[in-house]
Design a protein around this ligand. Structure first.
Ligand SMILES: NC(=O)c1ccc[n+]([C@@H]2O[C@H](COP(=O)([O-])OP(=O)(O)OC[C@H]3O[C@@H](n4cnc5c(N)ncnc54)[C@H](OP(=O)(O)O)[C@@H]3O)[C@@H](O)[C@H]2O)c1
Length: 272
């Protein structure tokens, strides 16, 4: 068994559910975290039927709430652990549209989930990982490398995740706790629908179909990359090349290109 337990946030959908399926054969205990308890329960039943040896715990939690995060950490810390812990900080959301007309409440939640919850969970479990082993997978994005108009806070939050993960990786190198920032480009999950604002018919990210990556490429590839001690994982050749191009383009040129990009102005802020 590779890990005694794996804590996966955002396990009710997309990458998170795929990480749970991929890790079930390799873990003693899976802890599934998200708001939609019914989806987590369905997944738990599926995993327990397919892998009778794994204990699956469902932890419904709104990671945007400080109180809920604190309760989650307390209940997870009370569990007995005698081996490696893998933390998959995957929960996240976006908000397509200009910042000026955005719902501040929604963007505040986005910052809490994309950054605050990720940091708090790392802080809560690193001492255990240093003592008993483990690893951290933080889901960033290709957007981490690029300031994106109409996706401003999201891209900035992912830049935070990538930078934080890089620094953490170096701090934890001596303890042999690997940390990886996963930087996918567009992938078909629930993400686009959640990021779409009310009144905007286009729920998809502004990318061509050929640019999309499959979920298993992200999930299986990042698990292998973590084991190899990589700092970042850009799934698929096209995303690796896109990341390389962005990181090696001078900022004034990037500013010019991003300024020419068609804007996705939505004046109706999202309610939730
Ligand atoms: N899909 C892409 O194109 C893409 C590209 C790059 C990076 N990413 C990143 O990949 C990660 C996973 O997203 P996905 O693509 O799999 O999208 P998804 O299918 O929408 O999944 C997002 C997950 O985050 C959870 N979540 C959202 N708000 C939450 C909250 N307040 N409290 C607890 N859980 C919350 C959702 O669960 P509940 O709704 O049940 O709470 C869901 O399980 C995100 O960090 C996203 O930024 C996605």
């Amino acid at each position: 068994m590779k890990y005694q337990q794996a804590i996966i946030t955002g396990a009710s959908s997309g990458f998170g559910a795929a990480y749970a399926r991929a890790l079930a054969p390799e873990c003693g205990r899976l802890i599934l975290v998200a708001r939609r308890g019914d989806k987590l329960q369905e997944l738990a039943q599926e995993l327990q039927a397919a892998h009778p040896g794994v204990e699956v715990l469902v932890q419904p939690c709104d990671l945007a709430s400080a109180e809920a995060r604190q309760a989650l950490v307390s209940s997870l810390k009370a569990l007995p652990v005698s081996g490696k812990t893998l933390l998959v900080n995957n929960a996240g959301l976006g908000d397509y549209g200009e910042f000026a007309s955005a719902s501040f409440a929604r963007n505040h939640s986005m910052m809490q989930v994309n950054m605050q919850a990720l940091v708090e969970l790392c802080h809560a479990f690193i001492p255990l990982m240093k003592a008993q082993g483990g690893g951290i997978i933080n889901i960033a994005s290709l957007a981490a490398d690029l300031p994106i108009p109409d996706f401003a806070i999201y891209a900035a939050s992912k830049a935070f995740v990538a930078s934080f993960s890089e620094a953490l990786r170096l701090e934890l190198a001596a303890s042999r706790v690997p940390v990886i920032a996963v930087c996918p480009g567009p992938v078909h999950t629930g993400f686009g629908e959640v990021a779409r604002r009310n009144g905007c018919s286009d729920g998809s990210a502004p990318f061509k179909k050929w640019f999309y990556t499959a979920i298993p490429t992200v999930v299986q590839g990042s698990l292998r990359a973590l084991e190899r001690g990589k700092a970042r994982f850009y799934p698929s050749l096209k995303i690796r090349l896109a990341g390389l191009l962005v990181r090696n383009t001078p900022l004034p040129v990037l500013r010019f290109i991003m300024g020419m990009r068609p804007r996705k102005v939505t004046t109706t802020p999202s309610e939730s």
